[in-house]
Design a protein around this ligand. Structure first.
Ligand code: UD1
Ligand code: CA
Length: 449
């Protein structure tokens, strides 16, 4: 494995029609850069160096992922070779090998990096990563003579014959650190983009008599994200991988292509996910649970054998105990449901804890916000909240307590008590019939006019 890893991540998302730094656009709810850094850390977390260049944003994201990551600032983006030279002060004289990764290329597998390492161990002095592209687009083309890599030509500089080459450059390079820095510093800018190209070190290395080779990977791994169209393609690659991984782990997806995962979704085996479910960041689902159709979950923990949905929304801070049931059109936020507790229809439960086996009736709302602060609602074990109860927080309902349907509960209800907080019903005998007759007569008179 290489001693040092450099991730080139500077530059705005201009071709994405965006002011955001390119590598901070998201795939599966996490920045592209976070995907690359996760892969880099899996190789060797101690020695990752990120070249950023957009003030604080890229560096901040890198440090958020891992406070030990080192950062080099490239104030002006003068090309990939220049970006490597910006990292030089951190690496110079440190020896070992350096692997350059691109911050916009998130899908490289560890096996591919191992294959590059193997080529290096076999005697190659500079190893590039290439791939056979079905649609080579604007990738750099790798010019070979048999097994020998001659040079890499950027799309902008390539003639038609070179553009017809299907072997493309994925952008990764592995070399001895001193060699990499020396050749990167030697790369000129006499080309169509006026940039210092890292790809020039192929020809420069060969001119020095070095053994320069290319190792191949799958096209999908090499996907580099330059445009919004690339980002959309990357999202679908990520989703396909996430679905496969879930199914491999023993998750049942009833309509796999309609389920949307985040970078950190964790679903145990024996979970069934129905069609059209979206997992935002921070979801953990335990074995035996069922996530029914059209549900949206983020930042939540669903316990064993719980059932969620259809059409449920679980927001951050939701904790569902084993066997809990959250039904249709129920929104839960920052709330715990104990084992077997349920809210099955049309409710908002926020900043609350619902005791085990409690039943929250249809249309119940926790009125948790007074316009300034949030307040908590506590519901005891086995409590029964009648349909359409307004629980005006802060408020506590005791164990085995009940609220009458339609109540507006503003005071605590002790254990075992029944709270009725609504006006008493009054029936007026025969009044409805009389009223209807009167209304019909008025309408008839109106039509006759
Ligand atoms: C680069 C390669 C191209 C390859 C393609 C693969 C070069 C010259 N070209 O082209 O051969 O086919 O990747 O996806 O290397 N960056 C910096 N500082 C800079 C310029 C770029 O940090 O001054 C970073 C970017 O944030 C990006 C990465 O380096 O993550 C690659 O740069 P980009 O401009 O996207 O290169 P491509 O034109 O895609
Ligand atoms: Ca790119």
């Amino acid at each position: 494995m290489p001693t040092h890893l450099i991730v080139l991540a500077a530059g705005a998302g201009t071709r994405m029609l965006s002011d955001r730094p390119k590598v901070l656009h998201e795939i599966g709810g996490a920045p592209i850069l976070a995907h690359v850094l996760a892969a880099a850390q899996a190789l060797d977390g101690e020695r990752v160096l990120v070249v950023g260049g957009d003030g604080d944003a890229v560096s901040k994201e890198a440090l958020r992922t891992d406070g030990k990551i080192r950062i080099a600032e490239q104030c002006e983006q003068r090309g990939t070779a220049h970006a490597v030279t910006v990292a030089a002060p951190e690496l110079d004289g440190k020896g070992g090998d350096t692997l350059v990764l691109l911050g916009d290329t998130p899908f490289i597998r560890p096996e591919t990096i191992s294959a590059m390492g193997k080529a290096r161990a076999d005697g190659a002095e500079i190893v590039f990563l290439g791939f056979e592209a079905s649609d080579p687009g604007r990738y750099g083309r790798i010019v070979t003579d048999g097994a020998t890599l001659l040079r890499i030509v950027e799309w902008k500089d390539a003639d038609d014959a070179t553009r017809a080459i299907a072997l493309c450059n994925a952008g990764l390079v592995l070399a001895e650190t001193g060699t990499l820095l020396r050749l990167a510093a030697a790369a000129g800018r006499d080309n169509a983009a006026g940039e210092h190209y890292l790809t020039d070190i192929a020809a420069l290395g060969r001119a020095d008599g070095l053994d320069v080779r290319v190792v191949a990977c799958a096209e999908e791994e090499a996907l580099g994200i330059n445009t919004c169209a690339d980002l959309a393609r990357a999202e679908s690659v990520f989703q396909a991988r996430a679905r496969n991984a879930a199914v491999e782990r023993g998750v049942t997806l009833l309509s796999a292509e309609t389920v949307h995962f985040a970078f950190d979704t964790r679903i145990d085996r024996n979970v069934v996910v129905e069609p059209n479910v979206v997992f935002g960041p921070g979801v953990v689902i335990e074995s035996g649970a069922r996530i029914r159709a059209f549900s949206h979950l983020e930042g939540c923990h669903v316990g064993r054998n719980a059932v969620v949905g259809p059409h449920a929304r679980l927001r951050p801070g939701t904790e569902l105990g084993a066997g809990a049931r959250i039904g249709n059109f129920v929104e839960v936020k920052n709330a715990e449901f104990g084992e077997g507790a349920q809210a099955k229809h049309l409710s908002y439960i926020g900043d609350a804890s619902i005791g085990r086996d409690a039943n929250v009736g249809a249309g119940t709302i926790t009125c948790n916000y007074d316009g300034v602060s949030k307040h908590r609602t506590e519901v005891g074990e086995r409590a029964f909240i009648g349909s359409s109860t307004m629980l005006v927080a802060p408020v506590a309902i005791g164990d085995d307590a009940m609220t009458a349907s339609g109540s507006v509960i503003t005071r605590n209800v002790p254990d075992g008590d029944l709270a009725i907080a609504r006006t008493r019903q009054e029936n007026k005998p025969g009044f409805a019939r009389k009223l209807l007759a009167m209304l019909r007569a008025t309408r008839r008179a109106g039509k006759a006019d």
